[in-house]
Design a binder for this molecule. Structure first.
Ligand SMILES: [Cu+2]
Length: 154
């Protein structure tokens, strides 16, 4: 007598569908967990000391920069201002050019030599003119005093 091909009962089918869904969720969870390992953007940003700062000659030759002083922000992916001390003459200005990372430019002078830049990951911040000779320290509002620089106005 040939075997009767009976469709599985409703309860068996429901159990099969439930186990499929469970297996799919397990795979999806593992994929998310694995993906999360390589992309930890929630922790503190660490400076990669193995990567030397890269001076971007294209930035230095940017004709749209009209200030005498140019500082590269996050050059080489590090938490640095390069050069860390920029020297200009009275009446000249400074342009900070974002190379990499999320940073800001906060004056440490009292009163502040400029209003804080926004925290940003690209673009520029310009202080068009420093009218008074002196030394103007500043830091990154995102990374604090581990990322500092100075504008020297002669
Ligand atoms: Cu920073």
């Amino acid at each position: 007598m040939p075997a009767v091909c009976k469709r599985p009962g409703r309860r068996v089918r429901a159990r099969f569908v439930a186990s499929l869904a469970l297996a799919w969720m397990a795979v999806a969870w593992m994929a998310v967990a694995v993906a999360g390992c390589g992309d930890d953007t929630t922790g503190p940003v660490k400076a990669d000391l193995a990567v030397p700062p890269v001076i971007d000659m294209a930035v230095l030759n940017d004709q749209s920069i009209t200030t005498a002083g140019v500082v590269m922000v996050g050059a080489g992916g590090g938490n640095t201002f390069a050069p860390s001390t920029v020297t200009i003459q009275v009446g000249q200005g400074v342009t900070w050019v974002w190379i990499a990372g999320f940073h800001s430019v906060v004056s440490d002078s009292s009163p502040q030599a400029w209003t804080d830049s926004a925290g940003q990951a690209s673009g520029q911040f310009v202080v068009p003119s420093f009218p008074t000779a002196g030394s103007y320290p500043y830091h990154c509002g995102v990374h604090g005093m581990m990322m500092t620089g100075t504008v020297v106005v002669q």
